[in-house]
Design a protein around this ligand. Structure first.
Ligand SMILES: N[C@@H](CCC(=O)N[C@@H](CS)C(=O)NCC(=O)O)C(=O)O
Length: 217
């Protein structure tokens, strides 16, 4: 029998990472359905707009990553029971800009299934490039952002209380933080302090979301 849950997603999408994580953390089987990045009709048919992730369950469709996380965590005993900390939200906020300036150009050229056709890749570049500036320039000249991220990672090391949960017990902070670190793993030259390295490897294993280290550029 096939899994009762299907998740429509793109592999590079941080919101999709959040939705994927909860299935791994809960040990609940699900089917990943990777959409082409320029597939508009599919998502529109399911939820009325072009967006992922989308959860399909018993013929109904649910968008919004954190709604999916809450819904799946509500099956049986919840796992995201820990407190959240404003320091983590602040860190995520600070890291977001340099992260996405380096991440988007790399995602645009990565060997990912959502970009399996030329038009899917071209459409991504066309839509996303205006938000951060020339992708080709950022690929050769992202040093200030990289330096900024490496400083921020040292700060993050001091905020990690345990390698399996940033605040000591799993919480939504782990969902948001690992999604950032997952995107970060596509960027070569990032220096992970030991606490951050242990954390991202542990969360990757527990959530069953592989890091991009092997295809980092
Ligand atoms: N609030 C939504 C945001 C989802 C979102 O922005 N997904 C992006 C992909 S990372 C998307 O589908 N954007 C539309 C597009 O790529 O055309 C959530 O948390 O699930």
């Amino acid at each position: 029998m096939s899994a009762p849950y299907s998740l429509y997603l793109y592999k590079h999408c941080p919101f999709c990472t959040k939705a994927r994580m909860i299935f791994g953390l809960k040990n609940i089987p699900y089917e990943q359905r990777i959409l082409l990045n320029d597939d508009v009709d599919g998502p529109v048919r399911m939820v009325g707009r072009k967006v992922v992730p989308i959860l399909e369950e018993d013929g109904t469709f649910m968008p919004e990553s954190m709604d999916i996380v809450t819904h799946i965590d509500g099956i049986g005993a919840p796992v995201l029971t820990g407190e959240t900390r404003s320091e983590i939200a602040d860190w995520l906020q600070k890291a977001g800009k340099p992260l996405y300036r380096l991440f988007l150009p790399r995602a645009a050229s990565a060997p990912l299934p959502e970009f399996a056709t030329t038009s899917a890749r071209a459409g991504f570049i066309q839509r996303k490039e205006p938000s951060v500036g020339s992708f080709s320039a950022l690929l050769v000249d992202g040093t200030p952002e990289l330096a900024e991220l490496n400083v921020l990672l040292k700060e993050l090391a001091g905020l990690i209380r345990a390698s399996d949960a940033v605040n000591g017990a799993l919480s939504t902070d782990d969902i948001h933080l690992f999604a950032h670190l997952h995107s970060l793993s596509l960027i070569r030259g990032v220096v992970y302090p030991p606490e951050v390295e242990a954390y991202r490897q542990t969360l990757s294993k527990r959530s069953r979301v592989e890091l991009f280290d092997d295809i980092a550029v």
